[in-house]
Design a protein around this ligand. Structure first.
Ligand code: FES
Length: 111
């Protein structure tokens, strides 16, 4: 296994209904993760990039949250319809998608 160019983490954390922190899971993050899986499959990205579902990565209130390394870019409010632009511009093009950046007080996306 070679070192991936980029590693995408998609938060699929769920919490009980009414929990004060909410969760990405209640905002359809599992469908988002599955959408990334489908994009990886369709565009044959496996091997070059890694995709991992994960627990809470911080900004639950603004989820679904996606974190991409090695840059450490945090995206929030990500929808299935945003997958294509993340793949094309960030993963393949190396240019993070600023319109999806987490608010700076939540995460310092320094680019
Ligand atoms: S539950 Fe997804 S960031 Fe906290």
């Amino acid at each position: 296994m070679s070192k991936p160019e980029r590693h995408v983490f998609v938060c699929v954390q769920s919490r009980p209904e009414g929990h004060p922190r909410g969760s990405c899971g209640e905002k359809a993050s599992l469908a988002l993760f599955q959408g990334f899986q489908q994009a990886f499959e369709a565009q044959k990205l496996w091997g070059r990039f890694l995709l991992t579902n994960c627990g809470c990565i911080g900004p639950c209130h603004a989820g679904p949250s996606v974190l991409v390394y090695p840059e450490g870019i945090m995206y929030t409010g990500v929808r299935v319809s945003d997958i294509a632009v993340i793949v094309e511009e960030h993963l393949l093009g190396g240019k993070p998608v600023k319109r999806l950046f987490a608010e700076p007080e939540v995460w310092p996306n320094d680019v």
